[in-house]
Design a protein around this ligand. Structure first.
Ligand code: SAH
Length: 402
């Protein structure tokens, strides 16, 4: 059965004897036996079970507590069933108005454990489902056990009453030790390791001026440090946290950041995109075009990078051009909306498709009063200023008078 450690099935503590007085339902007897097994009680006595014995319903409900049912002792009277005991408890939800101590289940468990430990024999009576124990039966016992319950709904199911007693008794007998605990974690982090992580964290937090205002800094540091010391970090925890802090501090890397292609790779990517993206029908949807533009923006070729630097920093052009920005469904490399000028970079070794594509784009742009200037990437790389002068001249010329 799940949750059952067969190697420990034999665990049978020397516990009190459970006595069911005239139980009516086999199911309750079986469930009581099961509860007893759960808490390592093994001696079950039954006084006059209503449906006789053995009882198939009891066996079914016992769910494996057969060892308890097989050794059940049957009695005709309660007196006989308790004759050999020297400490007897009677469980009851009701006040029986007898001059007899009334205790809770914990106190009963403690007293029984002490009694058994000194060689005594303790038992506990449970009454019938219908009407519990008679006054006479309660009169036989030394103490009454009653559970702390809702006074307006005090009566428990018989087997559940057995379970509560078993639970309290077992807790007491085993000092509440749990059968399993959190698995061993990796080795605890050393003070040294925590310090190193923390210093690192502070350094990064200082970079972003997190620890402000200055007069609160010390308190913030103590609070912050306590978060980590309180959690008893393992060495692995510290590695992980360190990695997390550094990843955030250093920013996106690799593909997430984008600029992973060198100039030559970027050139090839642009060519590919031009052929498969802008050219064909694939780019029909605006979002695809924008997505490609974003990709291109993140992967500039060397020529693009050079030109873009000038277009942003050179006083003659600064603020007038945009990069990889769609004009309609086209994306010229650079475009100036105020001047209505598009700059096209011509990469070495371009195929016919790309050339045709550029021609189509040029026609489309010119039809909308854009002037298109083509710059060969090699020229940009070789003599940038010459290309810039060409551009400057075009701007000075002003819009075409078409
Ligand atoms: N109708 C019965 C209750 C029967 S419950 C009556 O009024 O007494 C079956 C048995 O479970 C009870 O005889 C008693 O042994 C136990 N039991 C049920 N509720 C209990 C409680 N609140 N405190 C102690 N024992 C209880």
């Amino acid at each position: 059965m799940s949750g059952t450690d067969k190697s420990k099935a034999g665990l049978a503590l020397d516990g009190p004897i459970v006595i069911l007085v005239e139980p009516q339902l086999g199911e309750n007897i079986g469930m009581a036996a099961r509860a007893m097994g759960n808490f390592a009680l093994s001696s079950l006595r039954i006084v006059n079970p209503r449906d006789g014995w053995p009882n198939i319903a009891a066996q079914r409900a016992a769910a494996g507590a057969d060892h308890i049912l097989e050794r059940v002792e049957l009695f005709d009277t309660v007196e006989q069933a308790v004759a050999d005991l020297d400490l007897l408890f009677a469980t009851s939800a009701r006040a029986h108005d007898q001059a007899k101590p009334v205790v809770g289940p914990e106190a009963a468990a403690t007293e029984m454990a002490g009694h058994i430990a000194t060689g005594g024999k303790a038992g506990i009576l449970f009454g019938r489902e219908r009407w519990g124990l008679t006054n006479e039966e309660v009169g036989l016992s030394n103490r009454i056990v009653t559970f702390p319950v809702n006074p307006g709904f005090a009566s428990l199911n018989l087997a559940q009453a057995v379970l509560l007693i078993g639970y309290e008794w077992f807790k007491r007998a085993t000092s509440g030790e749990l059968p399993h605990t959190m698995p061993e974690r990796s080795e605890r982090a050393s003070q040294h390791q925590i310090q190193a992580f923390f210093e690192n964290l502070i350094r990064e937090l200082d970079k972003v001026e997190f620890l402000r205002p200055a007069e609160k800094r010390d308190t913030m540091l103590v609070n912050l440090r306590n978060i980590f010391t309180r959690m008893d970090p393992t060495k692995q925890d510290m590695h992980t946290l360190h990695g997390v802090v550094m990843a955030i501090a250093e920013g996106r890397k690799g593909p997430a950041k984008g600029g992973v292609l060198d100039g030559e790779q970027a050139t090839r990517l642009r060519a590919l995109l031009a052929e498969h993206g802008q050219g064909g029908g694939v780019s029909d949807s605006g979002s695809t075009v924008r997505g490609l533009a974003r990709l291109l923006r993140r992967n500039p070729t060397d020529a693009e990078r050079l030109l873009w630097q000038s277009l942003t920093r050179d006083r003659r052009f600064a603020g007038q051009f945009k990069r990889q920005t769609p004009v309609g469904r086209h994306i010229p490399d650079f475009v100036s909306f105020p001047h209505r000028i598009a700059i096209e970079l011509v990469n070495p070794g371009e195929g016919e498709t790309i050339a045709a594509d550029r021609a189509a784009r040029r026609a489309w742009l010119e039809a909308r009063d854009y002037r298109v200037i083509e710059m060969r990437a090699v020229d940009v790389e070789r003599d940038l200023e010459a290309e810039l002068l060409r551009l400057q001249g075009m701007i000075a010329e002003g819009p075409s008078a078409s």
